[in-house]
Design a protein around this ligand. Structure first.
Ligand code: MOS
Length: 756
């Protein structure tokens, strides 16, 4: 039974913010009570490429309650264009000019007394354009393509040996092309921004995965001192990568609030969220695998193509992972970016492994079929403790343990290997599997922890709980280290006035934040212990400080003498407060400053000097495909995951289960449809952007495989936010192949692909 009382890391613990969420007490960005706020409504571009040549605003100005209308003509010169995600070039905006980079770009902001008046006036704004023919996506006339290595100096295409030669010589060969579609995050909470000025000081309420980055970027854009910008994001209704960086709406709303000298609140519509925020770009892959007759990989090539906007060089480059997943001495990879007239994409759970593993893990299944080798055995014989590119050892790797545990729970041994050989009445049964993996990275972070003589603690860090359970794991870590129960720990997050908590993305947040919280707590314990052992009036006088522990509201020897916490802490003047920060090994120089300037000083799991850090998993899926109608149903899925220390099994399981469900969704349902003539999104709402409902998801089983990793970081945390999604696309497609004998290499996999 889960409980809220126990303290120790690893104890199943209910969310400490659960009550606030279910009672509606949790305040999301646009829930903040801001007195006298005016309401903004966005006017977005009807064309995808060209220029704005003029506005007709008279009809809009006549709407009762209209306060102001901002266009590039009114804001130009007051603002700099924000960076694209990951700092890769510039993003798309009309803040600085009349240029339209994509359909749905913000071209005007209407401000009025009420939301309804702003909306009515916005619909009465007429924009005149000089339109050019846009290029929508791959193969559209007018797109331009370049290698990612040309576009970004820091980009690397992992390679080793001679893949070409080894492929030519291989006994078994697979060569195939795979495709994944455009997808949008669609978090339940809409994209909102509320800005208020008090003199020169700007406060921003905006759902965010990194408030310090928003602060730094807005300060840069508007030419403000860092100290004069505060960003608050107490609760976030889903991020999935869409709230990791900054988009141009924030500057628009800040400028609107300054112009009218009054707070301004924006709640963009669901459809606008498709174009004013980021998304997962469509990808293409060319994979070649060469192997011996008994299944040993001899050659692996993976070339990827990703769409991005015109001015950005954004890409996710998943070959960093696919080049290293298996033992293979000849590897060649390349990533290309394709510029189209589109909004700039961004990180979407799990970048980049979700699309790139679909290609590799489908190809591995094709190889298993070609060689009549069991897909699990094929992974086993190509497992490696050392990544093949630089020969770095994994800090820990339990891929095969995950395959074995998941296979046993799933009942894989009863699988009949031939396609369409398992059947239940009119339904063809298919079983498929795939590997899951994600790099275990860590970012710079800081925290302030205060312990009172009454045995309560307070943790302050600008961390973010985007639904992950971050608040709870932070409280658990402090409770564990200070010997308190979780309900004695108060946690304050989501405010850039707090010490920077790093970026809540890339499966880094728990490792980053809990590491510094533990560090601060350990120093608190040391200070108290040192003082007690030096005090004549303490029963612990003369004892070695390191042998003492904090537990049950006292400082004590494991067996024997103890002193109550009020005495021990009181001796230091009332309460003990410690600020701790962590700059990860492998982070770039000046990481310390970067924490304060909003950049995620990040040690990537795949780029460390002498070791490589990844979490692993194995995912098994059962599909039922109707023999006549070809309706596809996922009846059950089993995933086993080894991701180092699991602080809270309750929220970890929920993250992994959510990831698996999203993987089923990505494989079978989700795709943003693009009008190729107009470069516009055609299904920008929940009626037409398909996501699964409960009836679409069968049984989902999550197995946590115990793993201790002493090298990955001090607490041994690898992270689990992304891992659960990564193998699912391929596992579903491989199961559909097993059910039908039809190999579908293009997602989403819908029934029309199975109608021969
Ligand atoms: Mo995640 S896409 O790294 O928020």
């Amino acid at each position: 039974m889960a409980s809220i009382v126990p303290a120790a890391i690893g104890t199943p613990t209910l969310r400490i913010d659960g009550r606030a969420k279910v009672t509606g007490a949790a305040r999301y960005g646009s829930d903040e009570a801001v007195a006298n706020a005016a309401h903004a409504y966005l006017v977005t571009s009807a064309i995808a490429r060209g220029r704005v040549v003029g506005f007709e605003l008279e009809a809009a100005r006549r709407v009762p309650g209209l306060i102001d209308i901002l266009t590039h003509e009114t804001v130009r010169g007051q603002v700099k264009t924000p960076s694209a995600p990951g700092g890769k070039g510039k993003t798309t905006t009309t803040l600085e000019s009349d240029q339209v980079w994509h359909a749905g770009q913000i071209v005007a902001v209407v401000v009025a007394e009420t939301f309804e008046a702003a909306r009515e006036a916005a619909h009465k704004v007429t924009v005149r354009y000089a339109e050019e023919a846009p290029a929508a996506t791959f193969d559209s006339p007018g797109v331009s393509s370049e290698p990612a290595a040309t576009a970004n100096k820091q980009h690397q295409d992992p390679a080793v040996g001679n893949a070409e030669q080894a492929f030519a010589a291989a006994e078994a060969k697979i060569e195939a092309e795979y495709e994944t579609p455009t997808q949008h995050h669609n978090p339940m909470e809409l994209f909102t921004t509320t800005c208020l000025w008090s003199g020169d000081r700007l406060t921003i309420y905006e759902p965010s995965q990194f408030v310090h980055a928003v602060r730094a970027e807005v300060a840069k854009q508007l030419g403000l001192e860092l100290e004069n910008v505060r960003v608050i994001s107490r609760f976030v209704g889903g991020g999935f990568g869409s709230r990791g960086g900054i988009t141009s709406r924030t500057a628009w709303i800040a400028l609107a609030a300054r112009r009218i000298n009054r707070p301004v609140k924006l709640v963009a519509t669901r459809a606008q969220g498709f174009t004013i925020a980021t998304y997962r770009a469509e990808t293409r892959h060319h994979v070649r695998l060469g192997a011996t007759r008994d299944g040993r990989l001899q050659s692996l090539s993976h070339e990827g193509w990703e769409v991005t906007s015109r001015p950005s060089t954004y890409n996710v480059a998943g070959t960093a992972t696919t080049a290293r997943l298996y033992n293979c001495s000849n590897v060649w990879t390349r990533v290309n970016i394709v510029h189209a007239d589109r909004n700039t994409p961004g990180f979407m759970r799990a970048p980049p492994e979700t699309p790139y593993l679909f290609a590799l893990e489908s190809a591995m299944d094709e190889l298993a079929v070609a060689l009549a080798i069991d897909p699990v055995e094929l992974r086993r014989m190509n497992d490696t403790a050392v990544e093949p590119i630089k020969g770095l050892p994994y800090t820990s790797r339990n891929l095969i343990a995950c395959f074995d545990e998941a296979a046993a729970a799933f009942g894989w041994k009863d699988r009949s290997p031939s396609p369409s050989s398992m059947r239940n009445g009119d339904w063809l049964i298919g079983w498929g599997c795939a590997a899951a993996t994600y790099h275990a990275s860590i970012s710079a972070a800081a925290a302030r922890v205060r312990l009172t003589p009454a045995g309560t603690a307070r943790v302050e860090t600008a961390a973010h709980d985007i639904g992950t359970g971050a608040l709870t794991v932070i409280a658990m870590t402090a409770a564990d280290r200070l010997g308190l129960s979780v309900d004695k720990v108060a946690v304050e997050i989501g405010d850039s006035d707090l010490p920077p908590g790093g970026l809540a993305a890339g499966s880094t947040h728990t490792a980053s934040v809990c590491t510094v919280v533990a560090k601060a707590c350990d120093e608190i314990k040391e200070r108290i212990a040192r003082a007690a052992t030096r005090a004549n009036d303490s029963p612990l006088a003369g004892v070695e400080p390191a042998s003492l522990m904090l537990t049950q509201a006292s400082l004590r020897l494991p067996s024997g003498a103890s002193e109550p916490l009020d005495k021990a802490v009181g001796r230091l003047g009332g309460a003990v407060e410690v600020y701790a920060e962590n700059i990860p090994p492998g982070a770039p120089p000046k990481a310390a400053q970067m924490v304060y300037h909003g950049q995620p000083a990040m040690a990537r799991g795949s780029e460390l000097k002498d070791q490589i850090r990844h979490s692993f998993g194995a995912q098994f899926v059962e599909v039922n495909v109707h023999a006549l109608t070809r309706e596809i149903r996922v009846s059950r899925a089993t995933g086993a995951f080894a991701a180092g220390t699991i602080i809270n099994p309750v929220t970890a399981r929920s993250q992994l289960m959510g990831g698996m469900i999203w993987g089923i969704s990505a494989a079978l349902f989700e795709a943003t449809e693009i009008d190729r003539e107009r470069a516009r999104y055609g299904n920008d709402d929940f009626a037409e952007y398909l996501v699964p409902v409960n009836a679409d998801i069968g049984k989902v089983e999550v197995i946590l495989v115990p793993e201790e990793d002493r090298d990955v970081n001090p607490l041994g945390i690898k992270g689990i936010g992304e891992l659960g999604t990564t193998g699912m696309n391929a596992a579903v497609a491989n199961a559909v192949y097993h059910a039908t004998g039809i190999r579908v290499r293009k997602l989403p996999l819908r029934l029309d692909a199975l109608l021969a």
